[in-house]
Ligand binder design. Sequence first.
Ligand SMILES: [Zn+2]
Length: 79
Amino acid sequence: MEEFYGAEAPQEVEVQPPEVVSTKGCGSSLPSRVEKALKLKNKPMRQCKKCQEWGHHDSRNCDKFKEKEKMRSRRITDV
Ligand SMILES: [Zn+2]
Protein backbone atom coordinates (compact mmCIF):
# COMPACT_ATOMS: atom_id res chain seq x y z
CA MET A 1 0.00 0.00 0.00
CA GLU A 2 1.21 3.45 -0.74
CA GLU A 3 2.16 5.51 2.18
CA PHE A 4 0.66 8.90 2.45
CA TYR A 5 3.26 11.36 3.44
CA GLY A 6 1.70 14.60 4.41
CA ALA A 7 3.93 15.06 7.38
CA GLU A 8 6.56 16.96 5.56
CA ALA A 9 8.10 19.53 7.81
CA PRO A 10 7.91 23.01 6.37
CA GLN A 11 11.27 24.43 5.55
CA GLU A 12 11.80 27.44 7.64
CA VAL A 13 13.71 30.34 6.28
CA GLU A 14 15.53 32.66 8.55
CA VAL A 15 12.98 34.93 10.05
CA GLN A 16 13.99 38.37 11.03
CA PRO A 17 12.55 39.82 14.19
CA PRO A 18 9.89 42.44 13.45
CA GLU A 19 11.80 45.14 15.22
CA VAL A 20 15.33 45.27 14.01
CA VAL A 21 17.55 47.51 16.02
CA SER A 22 18.84 49.63 13.23
CA THR A 23 21.18 52.40 14.13
CA LYS A 24 22.37 54.27 11.11
CA GLY A 25 19.20 55.86 9.81
CA CYS A 26 18.82 53.77 6.71
CA GLY A 27 16.81 51.16 8.50
CA SER A 28 15.00 49.64 5.61
CA SER A 29 14.63 45.96 5.24
CA LEU A 30 15.64 44.01 2.19
CA PRO A 31 15.70 46.03 -1.00
CA SER A 32 12.66 45.22 -3.03
CA ARG A 33 14.87 43.99 -5.82
CA VAL A 34 16.25 41.25 -3.66
CA GLU A 35 12.85 40.40 -2.33
CA LYS A 36 11.54 40.11 -5.84
CA ALA A 37 14.39 37.86 -6.86
CA LEU A 38 13.78 35.65 -3.88
CA LYS A 39 10.13 35.39 -4.74
CA LEU A 40 10.97 34.48 -8.30
CA LYS A 41 13.37 31.87 -7.07
CA ASN A 42 10.70 30.26 -4.97
CA LYS A 43 8.19 30.34 -7.75
CA PRO A 44 7.94 27.25 -9.86
CA MET A 45 8.83 27.74 -13.47
CA ARG A 46 6.09 27.46 -15.99
CA GLN A 47 6.11 27.05 -19.68
CA CYS A 48 4.66 29.85 -21.69
CA LYS A 49 2.38 28.59 -24.35
CA LYS A 50 3.11 31.48 -26.65
CA CYS A 51 6.86 31.30 -26.87
CA GLN A 52 7.39 27.85 -25.36
CA GLU A 53 9.88 29.30 -22.94
CA TRP A 54 10.24 28.28 -19.36
CA GLY A 55 10.08 31.23 -17.08
CA HIS A 56 7.93 33.24 -14.78
CA HIS A 57 5.46 34.59 -17.22
CA ASP A 58 2.63 32.97 -19.06
CA SER A 59 0.86 33.41 -22.33
CA ARG A 60 -1.09 36.40 -21.04
CA ASN A 61 1.93 38.53 -20.33
CA CYS A 62 4.26 37.07 -22.86
CA ASP A 63 6.44 39.65 -24.52
CA LYS A 64 6.01 38.10 -27.91
CA PHE A 65 2.29 38.13 -27.53
CA LYS A 66 2.37 41.77 -26.57
CA GLU A 67 4.43 42.57 -29.63
CA LYS A 68 1.93 40.86 -31.81
CA GLU A 69 -0.91 42.78 -30.26
CA LYS A 70 0.91 46.03 -30.85
CA MET A 71 1.51 45.25 -34.48
CA ARG A 72 -2.08 44.31 -34.97
CA SER A 73 -3.49 47.47 -33.47
CA ARG A 74 -1.02 49.50 -35.47
CA ARG A 75 -2.18 47.86 -38.62
CA ILE A 76 -5.76 48.59 -37.79
CA THR A 77 -5.07 52.25 -37.23
CA ASP A 78 -3.04 52.26 -40.41
CA VAL A 79 -5.98 51.15 -42.44
ZN1 LIG B 1 6.28 33.80 -23.47
